[in-house]
Design a protein around this ligand. Structure first.
Ligand SMILES: [Zn+2]
Length: 349
């Protein structure tokens, strides 16, 4: 029996990995409603997320990241691959996020998602923030919002910057039908170290290189369709797209989404997507989470909601003990995040 198998039997796992998150979205819960109910995915972006990201300042970003990191740790997730956008607070934003996660005790890989939707200067400043952060030794990638909001020049510049830093590109791909041209726009640029997020509307034989990150709950929430990730020859990992970082929960949703269209679908497949996170963020393999349930077996977990992380250890230190974060005062983080959420909501009204 391998060490991992023995650990799973005894109710512990390595730290879980969220392969696609938006730490800036943690304050969005309860935000003022848009002027009308979004009718499609493009509406959701324009009336919810692009309104929200334009209103963010560095203080909101800091507390949003701390709250999201705290909630990740409380759910046994020790490593987050973040995709950030804040068009009116770009410079220094990635460092604010990295520092916030370090304070809570969560590993983070972040990037700035460049876009031309706020004019070419926005894309240029986004690229500069990726470059600044990576050059200073930050753990990250180069971010692109999505092909459909970027010019060909911006896409090529992001790919080149990533190559220069020896990292991949983290990009939303074919999440909605608006981005159906992603294959032809990114085909020549993509590399094996890229993260291709969603892929809902990709053809089976799309030819893009990289790991597909499946975000089943977000896809349902935005009514963009089911990605059917099993059809891809690419590696597949699991993310939340900003709806928390409870990866056991996302695994369960991934399983039931697969099952909804195929009664022969096995939880082992969704579990393999969760495990792919350890290839993307290898340090998490050395972290240890002790759970309220054993065994940590896919067939058990698919049908056992409410499994909780009791203890979480990273680098030999407890960052959660008895369900309580040790490095920050969880009540204080929640209270400060609430204050920042109120500031954000006021800016949105
Ligand atoms: Zn996303």
């Amino acid at each position: 029996m391998s060490d991992l198998t023995a650990a799973l039997e005894e109710g512990s796992t390595p730290g879980l990995v969220c392969a696609h998150h938006h730490l800036y979205s943690a304050l969005a819960r309860g935000m003022p409603p848009p002027p009308h109910i979004p009718a499609d995915f493009r509406d959701v972006l324009e009336m919810v997320w692009w309104r929200l990201d334009r209103a963010l300042d560095l203080e909101m970003i800091e507390w949003s990241a701390k709250l999201a990191a705290l909630e990740a740790l409380e759910a046994g997730c020790t490593a987050i691959i973040d995709h950030h956008e804040s068009p009116n607070a770009i410079d220094g934003s990635l460092t604010v996020i990295a520092d916030a996660c370090a304070e809570v005790g969560v590993r983070v890989n972040t990037c700035y998602g460049i876009t031309d939707r706020n004019g070419p200067d926005g894309a240029r400043r986004g690229l500069a923030e990726n470059d600044r952060f990576l050059a200073a030794g930050g753990r990250g990638m180069v971010g692109i919002h999505a092909a459909f909001t970027c010019s060909d020049d911006s896409l090529a510049a992001a790919a080149e910057l990533a190559e220069n830093h020896g990292v991949g590109v983290h990009v939303h791909v074919a999440e909605g039908v608006d981005d159906a041209e992603a294959v032809s726009r990114l085909g020549e640029l993509s590399r094996d170290n890229w993260l291709l997020v969603h892929g809902v509307h990709l053809p089976d034989d799309h030819g893009l290189r990289g790991t597909i990150v499946h975000n089943p709950r977000s896809n349902m929430n935005n009514a963009v369709g089911y990605a059917r990730p099993s059809r891809f020859s690419n590696r597949v990992a699991l993310g939340t797209d900003g709806i928390g970082a409870d990866m056991l929960e996302e695994f369960r949703v991934a399983f039931v989404a697969a099952r909804a269209v195929d009664v022969t679908a096995s939880p082992d497949t969704a579990w393999s997507w969760l495990k792919q996170g350890w290839d993307l963020f290898p340090e998490a393999r050395g972290d240890r989470v002790t759970w309220s349930y054993k065994p940590m077996d896919p067939w058990h977990l698919a049908y056992t909601p409410t499994v909780r992380a009791i203890d979480v250890e990273t680098d030999g230190d407890y960052v959660v003990r008895g369900g309580v974060a040790t490095r920050v005062d969880a009540d204080e983080v929640r209270a400060k995040a609430r204050e920042q959420a109120e500031r954000l909501f006021t800016a949105l009204r």
